[in-house]
Design a protein around this ligand. Structure first.
Ligand SMILES: [Zn+2]
Length: 108
């Protein structure tokens, strides 16, 4: 069977961005497996993380989209495992992780 020959996808990117740091506060990076922000507690990416990511990837929009898509994949695995019945829908996950990014386009 072909499906047994297909390798399992890798775990995706390391959620260590945005890389901007201060000496006194935790970074606005995701805290797994809940995917809330380490610094402010909002669902990641919080507004500060989005701003910092846009700045960090200012000259690499495709890289930001790839990074966000990889993290959405990781977050879906974590969050659907934690809350398999009434978590965010795939559409809500797309809007949370990708739709705000550089290649915004309606999915309808
Ligand atoms: Zn934050």
């Amino acid at each position: 069977m072909i499906s047994s020959m297909v390798s399992i996808p890798a775990d995706g990117p390391t959620p260590d961005r945005p890389r901007w740091r201060t000496q006194t506060e935790p970074p606005h990076t995701p805290l797994r497996p809940m995917w809330c922000c380490r610094a402010c507690g909002h669902p990641w990416p919080c507004s500060t993380a989005r701003l910092l990511l846009r700045t960090e990837y200012e000259k690499n929009a495709a890289g930001l989209s790839i990074y966000l898509a990889g993290l959405m994949y990781k977050a879906m695995r974590d969050l659907y495992h934690l809350n398999p019945h009434d978590g965010q829908s795939p559409r809500e996950m797309f809007e949370r992780f990708i739709a705000w990014g550089p290649f915004r386009r309606s999915i309808i």
